[in-house]
Design a protein around this ligand. Structure first.
Ligand code: F0G
Length: 446
């Protein structure tokens, strides 16, 4: 059931078909290069793109900009303690700032980090320490069709195989990403979380949860894990997060803010080491790269994220959007995640081979047909992996409504109608850092 109404609005505009075709060409057929003014419905990411509540806007005005000992920091500390169950907080400018602070503290050259699936920035920060990021997804994670409840889980079998190979002393860090963004945003069960905790103890590793979408994950647990059928989202969140030694958080997702993040832990020594590194890279540990007002808004957002009415509306909206797309015959990854609908572009355009980027072709056609912006997460973004050719349509929080989704569905229908005419693309200019090519490479249709 809908949980809010609009108080402030932002005008949007659908450019003409000629304008869209020209914008696409000028962007080098890369949606990251489009000007947002030329985008009608922006589903590029759910990160930092949502709407804040009136309580959050009120908190902004009350933000305390003191360099040290800010009252806004006290509010964040108490929100993290109440919602997530951790005593110590090191604020950072966003999630990857938290990754730098925590993983820079925990990892050294030659180490191995295990994760259900490393998100791009996580992988980059682990590698930046000279360590090796190894993914341990469960076998169904990259299968768009099986209907299992927790395809985001961490595979203990995969993890044990790695530890047997390299030895436990080389694995000081085990990470659980909830929900598992790089595996179609699939949730992780509490039962799996407990097993990962026990495994980390066995090998004497630090257990970190990447909690970006912790509230959405908790909602899935209340619906899919029998033990928690009568629990609230807030109760599940505390139970699940409580198994970790530390959290990395991007406030831009379930912190319901446009910028911000933090590390949280109960470990005094880890807290001290993180604070030292945060001073170097982020800011003094009571503001950590954020304005005091942004810290204040995040403190409120964290509490709102576990309100049943909010999170139910949020996740069910994404589910309905997925169902609408499935109904018109688009091959949608199932089950739908909590923050995005992932489409199997390989199945949408079976004639386009992976090296001609069927996902990027779908991204371009959705823009050309209806000014809709999504993101490719297949062979263009992740060269040389055997993942499916997915396109992600991420849903900003509390931002779009039924009419917006109707437009996306009509757009997708128009793309499907002319699917035989759609061609693949080739890369015509590559950036210096090939791992980050999907952010800036230019392409051309074949
Ligand atoms: N971890 C996960 C699982 C993420 O999804 C992200 C960001 C980060 C860490 C980094 O956080 O952006 O605040 O620095 N995901 C965004 C996305 C960018 O579009 O999925 P950040």
């Amino acid at each position: 059931m809908v949980a809010y109404k609009s108080k402030v609005v932002e005008r949007i505009r659908l450019p003409s078909r000629e304008q869209r075709s020209r914008a696409l060409e000028e962007a080098g057929y890369n949606a990251f290069n489009l000007s947002a003014d030329n985008v009608f419905i922006d589903l590029l990411t759910d990160s930092g793109t949502g709407a804040m509540s009136d309580d959050q806007w009120a908190a902004l005005l009350r933000g305390d900009e003191s360099y040290a000992g800010s009252a806004s920091f006290d509010r964040l500390e108490s929100a993290v303690a109440d919602v997530m169950g951790f005593e110590h907080v090191v604020p950072t400018h966003q999630g990857r700032g938290a990754e730098n602070v925590l993983y820079g503290t925990l990892l050294s050259e030659g180490d191995v980090a295990l994760n259900n699936t490393h998100f791009d920035t996580t992988r980059a920060h682990v590698s930046n320490q000279g360590a090796d990021p190894v993914d341990c997804p469960v076998s169904g994670a990259h299968n768009p069709e099986t209907d299992e409840p927790f395809k985001g889980n961490f595979s203990l079998e995969e993890a044990r195989a790695v530890v047997d190979e390299v030895g436990p002393e080389r694995v000081p860090l085990v990470i659980l990403t909830i929900t598992n963004n790089s595996a179609a945003g699939q949730p992780v069960s509490v039962a799996n979380t407990r097993r990962v905790r026990a495994f980390a103890d066995e090998i004497d590793a630090t257990f970190v949860i990447d909690a970006c979408r912790f509230a959405e994950n908790a909602y899935f647990v209340t619906r899919r894990e029998d033990e928690f059928a009568d629990a609230t989202v807030a109760e599940v969140a505390r139970e699940q997060l409580g198994h970790a030694d530390a959290l990395v958080m991007s406030g831009k997702k379930d912190g319901l803010v446009n910028v911000g993040g933090f590390v949280a832990t109960d470990d005094e020594s880890l807290f001290e080491r993180c604070k030292q590194r945060a001073i170097l890279y982020e800011g003094f540990p009571t503001y950590g790269g954020m304005a005091g007002r942004d810290v204040a808004a995040m403190a409120v957002g964290l509490r709102e994220a576990v309100e049943e009415s909010y999170v139910e509306d949020r996740v069910e909206q994404v589910r309905e959007f997925g169902a609408m797309l499935e109904e018109i015959g688009l091959p949608v990854y199932t089950p739908t995640s909590g923050h995005a609908v992932y489409i199997d572009a390989g199945a949408t355009f079976p004639e386009i081979p992976p090296d001609e980027f069927p996902g990027q072709a779908l991204v371009c056609e959705l823009y050309r047909e209806g000014g809709v912006r999504g993101v490719e997460l297949g062979s263009f973004a992740f060269p040389e992996t055997d993942r499916p050719e997915l396109v992600r349509l991420a849903v900003p929080r509390r931002t779009y409504h039924r009419e917006h989704f109707d437009h996306v569905v009509e757009t997708a229908e128009a793309v499907l109608e002319k699917r035989d005419e759609v061609s693949g693309l080739e890369i015509v200019s590559n950036p210096a850092v090939p791992e980050l090519r999907h952010f800036s490479a230019a392409l051309e249709p074949l």
